[in-house]
Design a protein around this ligand. Structure first.
Ligand SMILES: [Zn+2]
Length: 301
């Protein structure tokens, strides 16, 4: 009797305690992309990028690009950070081939939550993989939620000035999805709190008004860094390398370096939206640079 192959299987939700909060990460979706270069390191050579990929056991021709929203339960509120792709590839012809559909609602069900349980949805920034799950068929997916946007990010997309060519459709999407939600939204700046214990941190560059979030409960610290570090090797070991999806390349580099320094110096555990699932780890100094250390040990004592 042959033993039947069962196909790939990978975990899709992960939850741990942070002080008196609970934090979960969920795998909304995963795209397989072609060519690490020039997606990463357009300001380096293809040889350099491919060599770094191979040195880290990554196939430089095909790579995994995960989308991982985070959920924080403060005991009072359920707060979802970003919503994944949602129904975008079903609703927009031009996205069909480019992105897989999102599964955030199904993942929330695995975690024991219904869409109506979500109290606050925070959009770290306005790119499609972060706002795509806010609305489906013209209706809010999280019917009881209020929304939190970065004020600078919201203004940028609403005004629509200096939007680079590659983001013109993104701008249309943002206006269509987010404008109808504005009467239930608050607009915050770096240093402002979402709720007590959750504070916005300036991380502009990947998008003009990207916000990261610092979360603290009973002295335990954690960060949701969103798209500050978009790949666990390229963005961490070579923060100077440009990433194609960064809207303001040099500001994104400066923000990456500041974030890497802070995460390494303060030894803060963090979730990152595009890292290998569950997307949780630390940054360690490594010679003159840094490396990402995936972490799960002792999170579930
Ligand atoms: Zn993203």
């Amino acid at each position: 009797m042959p033993a039947l192959m069962q196909g790939n299987l990978q975990p899709t939700v992960y939850r741990f305690k942070l002080g008196s909060f609970e934090v979960a990460t969920l795998l909304d979706s995963k795209a397989i992309r072609e060519g690490m270069h020039p997606n990463y390191g357009a300001n380096a050579t293809a040889d350099e990028v491919q060599a770094l990929a191979r040195a880290n056991n990554i196939d430089p021709q095909r790579f995994e690009h995960n989308n991982i929203p985070s959920l924080v339960n403060t005991g009072k509120e359920l707060i979802l950070f970003d919503t994944g792709n949602g129904a975008l590839p079903r609703e927009y012809e031009q996205l069909k081939a480019r992105m897989p559909a999102g599964n955030t609602v199904a993942r929330l069900a695995e975690l024991g939550h219904k869409p109506e349980d979500i109290d606050i949805v925070v959009a770290t920034h306005g790119h499609p993989d972060h706002i795509g799950g806010l609305v489906e068929g013209g209706k809010p997916v999280f019917p009881n939620a209020r929304y939190v946007f970065g004020a600078a990010e919201y203004d940028f997309w609403q005004k629509g000035e200096n939007v680079r060519e590659a983001r013109k459709f993104n701008r249309e999407l943002f206006v269509k999805i987010c404008t109808p939600l504005s009467n239930r939204s608050t607009f915050i700046r770096p240093g402002d709190e979402v709720v007590p214990g959750i504070t916005a941190v300036e991380a502009f560059g990947h998008s003009p008004g990207l916000l990261a979030f610092h979360i603290e409960s009973d002295g335990k610290r954690f960060m949701v860094t969103a798209d500050t570090l978009t790949q666990f090797v390229m963005a961490v070991q070579r923060p100077d390398w440009y990433f194609d999806m960064d809207d303001l390349k040099d500001q994104a580099v400066a923000t990456r370096k500041r974030m890497l320094d802070m995460l390494a110096t303060d030894k803060i555990m963090f979730a990152s939206f595009h890292m290998p699932f569950p997307g949780i780890g630390y940054i360690e100094r490594n010679g003159a640079g840094y490396r990402w250390v995936a972490h799960s040990y002792q999170l579930n004592l």
